[in-house]
Design a protein around this ligand. Structure first.
Ligand code: ZN
Ligand code: FE
Ligand code: FE
Ligand code: ZN
Length: 279
């Protein structure tokens, strides 16, 4: 299915592969979906291995195995060559920020020529907060305190400068847990930390498919990012080929409503702005 008129020539910078243990489909099928949707760029950003854990403790359903990383990079490069005339393929990885393990991550990331690195927080004190099997973890938290902690971890992640763009920056809302306190101050603080760190944020459409049923970030947080001067890009967080570029019309509309006129593309960790399609 084509994207609506004017929505072609966008980028999808958050795409997984079967290597992470919880996505399906051949990489070629993701690329072919991107071409069909009229994207100009697809960035593979599969889950890095759980580098902060001893090898025997890494859940094979949450990230690729360490030995797979070279093969993943080779596969992306193979797709890049094979589809070069139809779509530009970018090399990325979605890497977790885990406080105290910065040196390990820095070493892993230094081994490859990424086009951009996507930084995410899926774990708070070792708890995988986006896993439905660990949903009981929400009962151990005051939801306001959890939001504050989550946003602080996102800010810390950006400040490492390891990441070009930040993934689903309010993932903490995934299952519909809502803070009771007004978040305006927390949003402004986080957006200003992002701006100082020079990172981009993605408008991630996967949230529309989750219990929360809205994109990441919330429109208020997206507006705060715009006001702070933080740029944006697109991510579907596809874990199946048919999810590539899904709901990008909605994402573009939310970006425009927040005040954005363009989005960023990356190559070799250099960014360039591109105009958003008209409404
Ligand atoms: Zn995933
Ligand atoms: Fe993620
Ligand atoms: Fe992802
Ligand atoms: Zn993700």
């Amino acid at each position: 299915m084509q994207l609506p008129n004017g929505l072609t020539a966008l980028v999808d910078y958050h795409v997984h592969t079967a290597r992470c243990g919880h996505a399906v489909g051949a990489m070629e099928a993701y690329v072919e979906k991107a071409i069909e949707a009229g994207l100009k760029e697809l960035g593979f950003s599969d889950h890095l291995y759980l580098y902060w854990l001893p090898e025997g403790d890494r859940d094979p359903e949450l990230g690729m195995a360490e030995w797979e990383l070279d093969f993943y990079v080779e596969d992306v490069e193979r797709c890049r060559a094979r589809y070069a005339t139809d779509v530009t393929i970018r090399l990325s990885t979605e890497a977790d920020f885990i406080p105290g393990h910065e040196q390990t991550l820095e070493r892993v990331l230094a081994r490859y020529d990424w086009d951009y690195v996507l930084g995410s927080v899926h774990f708070v004190d070792g708890w995988g907060l986006d896993q439905s099997r660990y949903l009981d973890g929400y009962e151990r938290w005051d939801v306001n305190a959890l939001y504050a902690r989550y946003f602080d971890l996102m800010g810390q992640a950006a400040e490492t400068r390891f990441f070009d763009t930040m993934g689903h920056i309010d993932l903490v809302k995934k299952f519909g847990h809502r803070p009771t306190l007004d978040q305006a101050e927390n949003h402004r603080t986080l957006a200003e930390r992002f701006a100082r760190a020079g990172v981009c944020v993605e408008v991630n459409t996967a949230g529309l498919r989750k219990p929360v049923a809205e994109t990441y970030p919330h429109p208020d947080l997206l507006r705060a990012c715009h006001q702070a001067g933080v740029p944006v890009t697109f991510g579907s967080d596809a874990h199946a080929p048919e999810q590539v570029a899904l709901d990008f019309a909605t994402a573009a509309r939310l970006m425009r409503a927040a005040g954005y006129a363009d989005y960023l593309a990356y190559r070799g960790r250099n960014r360039s702005p591109h105009p958003l399609p008209p409404d």
